[in-house]
Design a protein around this ligand. Structure first.
Ligand code: GRF
Length: 220
């Protein structure tokens, strides 16, 4: 186990070094466009020392894995079977071990198509972020764009929130919104919302990471 980890009696990830960068990992299942944006933006602001250390995918063929490797970030497929829609039990432990081995202080879910459970949430309490393509608390869950278009809503958008046990129910950190056009389809709306996501997610991660650096007495 690397030296910067306090082996967790409380099973909680804690910082030790006051000098090293704040390290984050990303969990994906597919394309990884948010993942890519987070990696690129963190590098554009190198002086902040917020560093991507690992990408994990529950899907072997995820395009995001290739993108992460091309960007020089360690990227691994980790099966979550036999579960179909959640990450639990022994598989959750495997994920936690990989994250701890790479020294991940924070965790970003970016299109990770599984419900995460207690151990992971506890391990990254207040330090696990997710991005959801709606203006939460409206339109939790899947199939967001079709449901938004079928509603009387005039606005759509994206939300970055902390991950807690209630699905898509953790504290909202940041939101970005846009006006729905009369000729929007689920595809055009998805495209437009996703283009808001990249800036939004980096902004939220950056703010949260700086908050933790300060709280832990790390250098800014
Ligand atoms: C994003 O739209 C995000 O809001 C949702 O899943 C999508 C992932 O897309 N949670 P990508 O893999 O980042 O391209």
């Amino acid at each position: 186990m690397p030296s910067h980890f306090v082996p967790a009696r409380r099973k909680k990830v804690t910082f030790q070094s006051k000098k090293r960068a704040l390290c984050f990992a990303i969990l994906i299942s597919g394309t990884g466009s948010n993942m890519e944006a987070l990696i690129r933006k963190s590098r554009q602001e190198k002086a902040l020392a917020i560093k991507p250390v690992l990408v994990l995918s529950d899907t072997e063929q995820a395009l995001g894995l290739k993108k992460a490797r091309a960007l020089g970030v360690p990227a691994k497929f980790l099966s979550a079977k036999p579960f179909k829609t959640k990450l639990e039990g022994g598989r959750e432990q495997v994920y936690l071990r990989a994250l701890q081995k790479h020294g991940a202080d924070m965790l970003c879910l970016a299109g990770f198509m599984r419900v995460v459970k207690k151990k992971l949430i506890h391990g990254y309490k207040q330090r696990m972020l997710n991005i959801h393509p709606s203006l939460l608390p409206k339109f939790k869950g899947l199939g967001t764009f079709k449901r938004v278009l079928a509603s009387a809503e005039k606005e759509a958008g994206a939300t970055v929130h902390l991950v807690e046990l209630a699905l898509d129910g953790g504290r909202i950190l940041e939101q970005a919104r846009l006006l729905i056009k009369t000729d929007d389809t689920a595809e055009t709306l998805k495209e437009r919302v996703q283009s808001l996501e990249y800036e939004l997610y980096w902004h939220a991660l950056r703010k949260r990471a700086l908050f933790f650096r300060k709280k832990q007495g790390l250098k800014k």
